[in-house]
Design a protein around this ligand. Structure first.
Ligand code: FAD
Length: 383
């Protein structure tokens, strides 16, 4: 990855996850001088279920990411396991899965190909506006400035730009890769599995090399009751889920220890940007993870922000519009997530009424009308 040498640009993007990289691609393609600053020096794992819903597939294709060439696995069915309940249905849309280690690098490569400058291995310590100029101070002491700034630091808040709390803030997430026994791997193929257990839920699916990603959320209280350790938590989940016990029988963990993340503001929707900063992805909206739509939202936010920026609009109008578009799906997903954590027995309704599952899957996505609006190309407008 190249190192930026210029210190001033039209656009400075802090954070090179899906949201930041997508915005960099779209703006660089329209002739803007874009600098993107990503704190990690190289490809790395991230806490994520790695489920790519159909909106993400469509945005990624538009951005030039060739998912089949990267080996993305196809996902066609949803299987729900809660205690003794096991039910499944076709997904109402096409989906895939790909490790974030592969996907995020592919997106940053597309940003480079589009002409953006990508600076790796440097953390932005602060970002401040003086008049019409934004200045970022980097961990190596350098300063970078730009006329416009986009904040895409995802799960991590940048000093001076905290996010308001979400509506479900007490969950902790873990992710572990496993190599499953061959029969279990075959049973999981083409499925995303959602396993509900007392105090949380987990997602399980295969990624590109046939490894299974177990990504879960647990309430702080439940984790404490399990002794506050990964081993205690896994033992609790396996006691309550014969289904997961079978899946993980003779499985080999692929990471030395699980990745973990806390203080996730689920349900957050930024409504304003009176400071002129375009907030993208998880900095703009955080949908509960069971929906598997966080990356779609990140990519959608980049498209909406780029479109509004390229047509002369400001950050405040972008933030209002995004919040309006996502309000329903984020609210539905947050209500479902809270209910399932509080009363895991509720998922048994899915057996009585399987279409409920598909309804929830449909109702917790970026709305189609919003995707269609953001799809029209903007051409020939540069600053
Ligand atoms: C448990 C869990 C499971 C999930 N499962 C799914 C799923 O299956 N499907 C799905 O679509 N979504 C899922 N999500 C949501 C998804 O991971 C996020 O919505 C998505 O990653 C948001 O993209 P982003 O670009 O906004 O942020 P991120 O992907 O977090 O990227 C932000 C980038 O900014 C960089 N950065 C941070 N701070 C700085 C700084 N100061 N200076 C420079 N760089 C910085 C980081 O290194 C990172 O690369 C899940 C989330 C969780 C927590």
């Amino acid at each position: 990855m190249t190192t930026a040498s210029q210190s001033h640009s039209d656009v400075l993007i802090v954070g090179g996850g899906p949201a930041g990289a997508a915005a960099a691609i779209l703006l660089a393609q329209q002739g803007h001088a874009v600098q993107i600053i990503e704190k990690t020096p190289a490809a790395h794992h991230k806490v994520c279920g790695e489920f790519l819903s159909h909106e993400a597939l469509s945005y990624l294709e538009r951005l030039g990411v060739d998912l089949p060439a990267l080996g993305a696995a196809s996902i066609q069915r949803l299987r729900l396991a809660a205690g003794r309940l096991i039910t499944e249905c076709d997904l109402p849309f096409p989906a895939m899965s790909l490790s974030r280690r592969t996907l995020d690098e592919a997106l940053l490569q597309c940003a480079l190909n589009a002409g953006a400058t990508v600076l790796r291995g440097c953390r932005v310590e602060s970002l401040a506006r003086a008049g019409s100029n934004w200045t970022a101070r980097l961990s190596n002491g350098d300063l970078r400035s730009a006329s416009n700034a986009f904040l895409a630091t995802g799960k991590h808040d940048l000093g001076g730009h905290p996010r308001p709390p979400g509506r479900q803030n007490d969950l902790i997430s873990f992710k572990m890769y496993y190599r499953l026994a061959p029969t279990q791997q075959a049973a999981l193929k083409h499925h995303v599995e959602l396993i509900v257990f007392p105090g949380g839920y987990a997602g399980l699916q295969l990624v590109e090399d046939g490894t299974a990603n177990l990504c879960l959320l647990v309430s702080r209280k439940q984790l404490h009751a399990c002794g506050g350790t990964w081993n205690g938590l896994i033992a609790h989940i396996l006691r309550s889920s014969q289904f997961l016990c079978e899946r993980l029988h003779q499985a080999t963990p692929q990471l030395e220890k699980p990745l973990a993340l806390s203080s996730i503001p689920y349900g957050l929707l930024q409504q304003h940007a009176s400071d002129g900063l375009f907030r993208l992805g998880d900095q703009a909206a955080v949908i509960p993870s069971f929906s598997g739509d966080g990356m779609s939202i990140a990519l959608h936010s980049a498209h909406v922000a780029a479109r509004i920026f390229l047509t002369g609009g400001n950050a405040d109008s972008y933030q209002h519009r995004l919040a309006r578009e996502l309000s329903y799906s984020v609210s539905v997903a947050t209500a479902v997530s809270r209910s399932v954590i509080a009363s895991p027995g509720l998922v048994h309704l899915a057996r009585l009424c399987p279409p409920v599952l598909r309804q929830i899957a449909r109702g917790t996505r970026v709305p189609t009308y919003a995707m269609l609006e953001s799809a029209h190309p903007v051409t020939g407008v540069t600053n």
